[in-house]
Design a protein around this ligand. Structure first.
Ligand code: FE
Ligand code: FE
Ligand code: ZN
Length: 300
């Protein structure tokens, strides 16, 4: 199984990210090349990069299984202010360049929120923006993430993604599924095979290059987008276990984006990553009803 989680791109950049993934027993990872909510980016350090590549080799982590996530503030759907829209396009362009420098082949993007535009206009804006990027000459593929449909989010329905992909003048575009978002968008994950079949008819299963594995805090079709720990949400462990073992998505990296576990230490609230334990559960196929306590004990 190709499985990992999102990790930090901190002081040691790519090297730190790889080290963190290894500490979780992962063979895949997703990183933001800076804080997800802002556009401040430090220069790529080549020494860390070389060391990271060496560490990846030693630990059998393929660069194909390293995914980048574009910052949330990029919104290609809203063209209300030309300046902001152009900023989003340029920032995404720079992010693609950074990925190319790191050798990363996939970058996950939230298609965008149409805000005051209609969804149709929003989708048109996304297509126009992506066509500016000259994806044919990029070594990095953009993966449109399936969204929960919160507010005016575009891309929660298969049909919307299909329209975007068909509008783009390049084949260098794919999709990243997100189980929490799919649930919140109204697709029942207990019937994941039916979703995949529908997806295959409309877009083609070969376009799926990454899948975010998250449980959901909310019920089917809630349009909320709040992730829960594996087995602690409305989707449930058994359903998520079946999805990560789906034969048709065998070679697709599975990435966890579940919430950190909080622990009160005197007055301070500390947060611990659940990924080592969640990956272990998914590899073993056995739900751990003591997950939260185990994590708190492990990191004490
Ligand atoms: Fe995302
Ligand atoms: Fe996601
Ligand atoms: Zn989400």
């Amino acid at each position: 199984m190709i499985i990992g989680s999102h990790v930090h791109f901190g002081k040691e950049q790519f090297l730190g990210a790889i080290k963190e993934a290894i500490s979780y027993g992962a063979n895949a990872l997703m990183l933001y090349t800076g804080a997800p909510q802002n556009t401040f980016r430090s220069n790529i350090n080549n020494e860390y990069l070389t060391e990271a590549l060496k560490l990846m080799k030693e630990n059998n982590i393929s660069i194909d299984n390293v995914i980048c996530h574009a910052p949330y503030i990029i919104n290609l759907a809203n063209k209300e202010k030309a300046e902001t829209w152009n900023f989003s396009i340029n920032f995404l362009k720079q992010e693609i360049k950074r990925c190319e420098m790191l050798g990363i082949k996939y970058i996950v993007l939230h298609p965008g929120s149409s805000v005051k535009h209609t969804k149709e206009e929003g989708i048109k804006n996304i297509i126009e923006a992506l066509n500016y990027l000259d994806l044919n000459n990029s070594k990095c593929m953009i993966l449109l993430e399936t969204m929960a449909g919160k507010g005016s989010e575009c891309g929660s329905k298969i049909e919307e993604l299909k329209t975007i992909i068909e509008g783009i003048n390049s084949n260098n575009i794919g999709v990243c599924l997100d189980t929490c978002h799919l649930n919140d968008a109204g697709y029942d994950m207990e019937r994941f095979d039916e979703y995949l079949q529908l997806f295959n008819e409309q877009i083609g299963i070969n376009k799926i290059k990454c899948i975010h594995i998250n449980d959901s805090k909310n019920i089917l079709n809630s349009h909320k987008d709040r992730h829960a720990n594996i087995g602690y949400g409305t989707i449930g462990f058994d359903t998520l276990f079946k999805i990560v073992n789906n034969e048709q998505l065998k070679n697709v990296p599975k990435i966890l984006e579940t919430p950190y576990i909080s622990k009160k230490d005197n007055e301070k609230e500390l947060l611990y990553p659940p990924y080592k334990f969640e990956i272990d559960m998914l590899l073993k196929g056995k739900f751990n009803s003591n997950l939260i306590e185990d994590i708190r004990n492990y990191y004490k």
